[in-house]
Design a protein around this ligand. Sequence first.
Ligand code: ATP
Length: 305
Amino acid sequence: MVTPATPPLYPRATSTPNRNMSVNALPAEPNRTGLKPPRMAHARTSRSADELAASAPKISVSSLNFFYGASQALFDINLKIPEHCVTAFIGPSGCGKSTFLRCMNRMNDMIEGTRLEGDILLDDHDINAPRVDVVSLRKRVGMVFQKSNPFPKSILENVIYGPKVAGLRNKGRLMEIAEQCLERAALWNEVKDRLNDSALALSGGQQQRLCIARALATNPEVLLMDEPASALDPASTARIEDLIFELKDRYTIVIVTHNMQQAARVSDQTAFFFQGELVEAGRTNELFTNPTRKQTEDYITGRFG
Ligand SMILES: Nc1ncnc2c1ncn2[C@@H]1O[C@H](COP(=O)(O)OP(=O)(O)OP(=O)(O)O)[C@@H](O)[C@H]1O
């Protein structure tokens, strides 16, 4: 076993005894949950434990508490989001997954009466520092929502909306961006001949991929996805999952999902939340087969939630 010189990627919840243990140092235990190692289908592209341990954290969260008015929704969260990896947040309804996701690009700022304590560092810079420009932050940390929300405009206008608002007027450059982002969102071939049609005429799955293309057009470094496939049929869900896998080479991705199989299929790291606390986070394969906490085991084996 090799203990890397860099700090471990996966700090455990504060009450976990071995929370400073690195991924590489995890003991090779038998499979306690009886679940199959979930990433077999994606073994070709999943990050190995070594790769994960070597990844620089793109986002580092420490001692995070979050409040809606007097009601505390998140308790002492510590987590590192590794660069160019997919991190999945799982946990029962109301445990704080979306709240935590929204903390990472300050979307909660828009909700009156909210308050945050602790630190969220993006590339070592505090995103909540007074001089941070929130619009620039949200360009770097883009978001895709549960329900696709294209604007009532053409397909093309949807994709180039962000760059146009940012002042880009060059039509050739705008077309290049549109093509590149639609390609990356695996939608170009389906829409290239009807870019001026209404986005609202697309199917649900196409609309969601259009929203991903729109998010990519501002050239983000991080993509936050809040249950991006929960409203889609299985075929469209599979396309979004494939897409997430392809995108992680360019972007750091964080996904909230209710679907544990989906977390297992697409993510490199999984974080399990319960009642506002981060119970456990670790390499997805490890967490699904050998969770260190009983609560995690009970949740992933379907005993509650
Ligand atoms: N705008 C809000 N105002 C007040 N309380 C809120 C608000 N949004 C969420 N909460 C509360 O914060 C807690 C965490 O909610 P959150 O939506 O983050 O959980 P979640 O794990 O994403 O749930 P779900 O899986 O059902 O979407 C819940 O108790 C919820 O009621």
